[in-house]
Ligand binder design. Structure first.
Ligand SMILES: [Zn+2]
Length: 473
């Protein structure tokens, strides 16, 4: 248990309240379900309102957040040992399979092998100490013998629909709800879902061993997501299942978003884990940059997009504008915005057919489903006007980047565009953008390569944090 506070500087006004002193106790990965069902079309939109953030909104404990503008280096595949046939050699297990982990024992062993190799790169020095085998427990039903923590048995209620890691006087432990949570994750995301959760929880065990729990809850949780991403990269390089297929990276995006905090949650909350948009960024940071970068999470000023609703009215609507109102506000905003990118911008007309296609997504995902669909459509028009490629996966990634750039002025104060828009992003809007990308990829699965979603969400974030010029057009 510890306390810590963070105060971060930034160069944009950010509509969030502060990050106050936080308390990290037992480390919990809360779970929430993902949206089910299939929406037939791409998209929906950003929230409204005339009360876009102003510098006067800041209060004593307001944290100013910094979006690092450096370009992520991208991942370079590491050299791994191979056998004579060129097949990657899976490292020798450094631990025995924990019987109490049920079906996930082998995954635990692999994650511990990863930490056996990488602990010092995260912690600066030292070695990883595997957990006692009987303290890694898949809780299957009421008959499962729950371990003690600090002289009291872990409660069933703590484990229900949850996974957690804790440092107890009896030794570290990792337990999870195998019957509900993991069964559901397996059904929705295959082996990737539970694997990502286990890598996250083992990340907490490593943080404890490294003395890296002095940060806020949010930073600790995002760092665990980052460490899970680093494991995914290590497993990818070694062709270790499920990461021997790029499809696992797409599933990891879906699983990570499914754990998001609910829109309007405060980044300062004692149980904050992050918005879906931020949690995917953390996972991708670890995947691209490795455990050494995750280790800097307490110092670099994470680009957090989690902030509360500005008023009760926004909270009541979930920050979602009515479909027609949204179209009326966003269409002229995008027109004006894209006109700044091309001086012969012709304006965009939206057909009845397109509107029909967007309505369902708007209702199911939220209003930024419409916004994302529109932004992608505008982006494609810009590509055509610029003579750029507008079809194929590369063009789609560029469209995702341009869509992210189109949202940025709605949250970062922009002297020219913000008054024009009369709009601002509401809590959850960037999660809705990611959910829309997921829906688009699901709908077009047979035309897209495995791993496309993973790249598309990264491209969306690049445009959002670094602007149009980062999109190569
Ligand atoms: Zn956690």
């Amino acid at each position: 248990m510890q306390t810590g506070s963070i105060r971060i500087r930034h160069r944009h006004t950010w509509p969030t309240r502060g990050l106050t002193a936080l308390l990290a106790t037992t480390l919990v990965l809360a779970s929430c379900g993902v949206d089910d069902g299939v929406v037939d079309a791409a998209v929906g939109l950003p929230t409204s309102t005339s009360d876009s953030p102003s510098p006067g909104d800041t209060t004593d404990d307001t944290a100013e957040l910094d979006i690092p503008l450096d370009t992520a280096p991208g991942r370079t595949e590491t050299t791994v040992d191979t056998d004579t046939s060129g097949t990657a050699v899976i490292p020798t297990a450094v631990t025995s399979v924990p019987e109490s982990a049920g079906a996930w024992g082998e995954v635990i062993v692999l994650i511990e092998s990863f930490w056996d190799e990488n602990f010092a790169a995260f912690a600066g020095s030292g070695t990883f100490t595997p957990l006692d085998r009987d303290r890694i427990v898949a809780v299957e039903d009421a008959t499962t013998d729950l371990p003690d923590c600090d002289f009291a048995q872990i409660g069933t209620v703590d484990v229900e629909d949850n996974a957690l890691a804790a440092a107890c006087s009896e030794g570290q432990l990792i337990v999870w709800d195998d019957d509900d949570l993991f069964a559901e994750l397996f059904q929705d995301f295959g082996t990737t879902g539970p694997t990502v959760v286990l890598a996250h929880e083992m990340g907490h065990a490593v943080q404890y061993q490294a003395g890296a729990l002095r940060n806020s809850t949010l930073v600790v949780e995002q760092q665990a997501d980052c460490l899970a991403g680093a494991y995914a990269a290590w497993a990818t390089d070694r062709r270790i299942s499920p990461f021997d297929s790029a499809a696992a990276l797409d599933s990891a995006v879906g699983a990570t978003v499914s754990f998001r905090d609910h829109p309007g949650a405060s980044a300062a909350a004692s149980d904050a884990h992050g918005s879906g948009f931020d949690r995917v960024r953390a996972f991708q940071d670890g995947f691209d940059r490795g455990v050494g970068y995750c280790g800097q999470y307490g110092d670099i000023g994470l680009p957090i997009t989690e902030f509360p609703f500005q008023d009760q009215e926004d909270a009541d609507t979930g920050g979602n504008l009515d479909f027609e109102a949204l179209i009326d506000l966003v269409n002229p905003y995008f027109d004006a915005l894209f006109a700044t990118r091309h001086n012969e911008w012709p304006g965009m007309t939206i057909s009845e057919e397109q509107l029909d296609g967007w309505r369902n997504a708007h209702a199911q995902i939220g209003d930024n489903a419409t916004g994302t669909a529109m932004a992608l459509m505008f982006a494609k028009r810009l590509q055509i006007l610029e003579g750029a490629q507008s079809e194929g996966e590369g063009a789609l990634l560029q469209q995702a980047c341009l869509a992210g750039a189109a949202f940025a002025p709605l949250i970062f104060e922009d002297a020219e565009l913000t008054p024009l828009a009369g709009l601002s992003l509401s809590p959850g809007d960037m999660d809705e953008a990611v959910l829309t990308m997921i829906r688009i990829v699901e709908t077009n699965q047979d035309r897209l390569d495995d791993g496309f979603l993973f790249e598309a969400v990264a491209a969306l974030r690049t445009g959002f944090t670094q602007g149009f010029d980062s999109c190569g057009i």
